[in-house]
Write a protein that binds this ligand. Sequence first.
Ligand code: ADP
Ligand code: ZN
Ligand code: ZN
Length: 700
Amino acid sequence: MEFSEIARTFLAPIRALSVSESAPKKQIGPSIIRVALDLPLRRLFDYLPPADEPVSNADLGYRVRVPFGRQRKIGIIVGLSSASDRPAEQLKAVEAVLREVPPLPADWFRLAEFCANYYHEPLGQVMLATLPATLRAPLPPPVRSLRQRAASLPTATQALPSLTTDQRAALTTIDDHGHGFRAYLLHGVTGSGKTEVYLRLIERALAGNRQSLLLVPEINLTPQLEARVAARFPGARLVSLHSELGDAARNRHWRAAHGGEARIVLGTRLAVFTPLPELGLIVVDEEHDPSFKQQDGVRYSARDLAVVRARERDVPIVLGSATPSLETWANATGWVGRDRYHLLTLGKRAIEGADLPTVKRIDLRTDPALDGLSSALLDAVDDRLNRGEQSLLFLNRRGYAPVLACAACGWVSHCPSCAANLVLHLADRCLRCHHCGHQTAVPRACPTCGNQDLGAFGRGTQRLEATLAERFPRARILRVDRDAAGTRRQWQALVAKIDGGEADILVGTQMLAKGHHFPKLTLVGAIAPDAALFAADWRAPERLFAQLMQVAGRAGRAERPGEMLLQTRFPDHPLYVSLARHDYVGFAAEQLAERRRTGFPPFTFQAMLRAEADTMADALGFLGAARRAASAEPPPQVTLYDPVPMRLSRRARLERGQLLVESPSRRALQNFLAGWMVYLETCKPPAQLRWHLEIDPLEC
Ligand code: ADP
Ligand code: ZN
Ligand code: ZN
């Protein structure tokens, strides 16, 4: 079943947002207020109305300040009732109904309720987590000056590019269908003009007096998009919503969206919950990106919720990508039932003459890499230097080397808290764990045998940068990874340097693969992609293909032709063959056939129960008991696998285990999980054990 269909079946039984129908006729007004609070409990909390202040239906969706134990909490009114399960004398009164922000609308409630049900999270936690911090704080925020951004004046109107045939066809299809719900997959190769299609759709929404919601995986990486949208629609208020905004700005932007003043909202995953009274369009750019999945707290997929929301609000949604996720592709091409998403294809690059880069495989068996670089790649970089063009070397591993070790005694730099090695970072001379953040100075000598000759094994971006500096002493080399560009500001500074022609060679991780446009870049080198070919994670090929296709797409986007050189020991691997042909469609077909044969998503549905504890025995013991409880009455169509340690079996001093639950029917899986969660919450695991459930897990 498709996500938006699930939405229909799930939304039907929800009636939290309603006045209880059993109210006796004599009663003048409801006397109980049902409040959602940010607590890990699957229930609402009953309060009496504030003294002398009657409440009515019109108060649904307002925030309230309530006493809770010895604290004050902010909650949301989700229902009114004439009766409570608790004796009236135990009920406390709401302290204040906070009416300075308009009430949260009904469709926002339905989205939050869907999210709570589908991901099996308490409703109050879902609801409160989506609000800006200022609106969740029980004390009024300190008075800040709320400087509004000056309304921008219409500038000279831009000359719009005339649409390509593919763009026009895509827009016509969307126009012909009208304003109602339909999910589109806009599959367009890098540089094919997907963004231009989004802009035209936003233009239509603006003309129809509707708001647009544009979701992007990582706003840090997309200030260019923000600028492009703002430049196109200077008269329309655009706000962004992402994690780097301060509390005051986030509050201001959220309220502008909720109040309807903001006509375009550009945001990361949490923005999918923004209340938008006049929503007319949702766009999810780079829909395949794993960043749309929240990895802690409420583990939701913003892309999937966006589809649910579009159906709920009866508006069109466009999912765009050059390398769609295989789930989305299956939905658009008939692999799972009838075509649920409508496929729109942009087959060529939009700019005349900007062809896709040629992909050449460098066979490392005949052209061995020295310090990670084959002679073919070195020559190609040299060429670009001579021509004044840029090169990008892609290595998806930051740091200098993945491990420091002693050849004399066998010591390696293990993280004391994780089942992982400490990564050597020479830029700030430390060993650092990429999982828990543990950090220590690089030892001068081996901590066990005193040997002073410690060796760095393997290669990360810092080491590649050092090698290139030696090999090309006059080249200006710029490293772009999370260490160098951790914040939006650092990222923008690096981009300005690249755009300003202040860099000849870029060394970067997948950060550089995403939706960026560097006109002088004509060469991309993939340094060590092979490791991901044989990774244990069954999603690894999908991710590798997407990354390589995206990073290749950075080359030759303007008038100069681009080239990708891929260093490999497996030049004939089908994944690379498809890549060299720019054949996403062939790759996807081959992968989906394989998944259907072996019974993996999207042909089956999964949930993962995870537990963390001081000992692996405790973690696996809890999971084992959970499994036995379920198997006592075997749930129809649902398979529960044996509990196993997670691949990263220990992190931040906790041992981690997981249990996979699977079903060919999403409904059967969800029905089972609902009951199982209620049971699990009554269990008393060891005090230090924590567990959570993840639906549609991306990591296995
Ligand atoms: P994508 O989002 O698919 O990567 P963009 O929308 O960013 O592609 O377009 C890539 C480049 O092509 C941009 O420089 C854009 O201005 C240009 N472009 C897009 N559509 C057209 C068009 N119809 N005619 C000419 N140039 C276009
Ligand atoms: Zn040693
Ligand atoms: Zn660690």
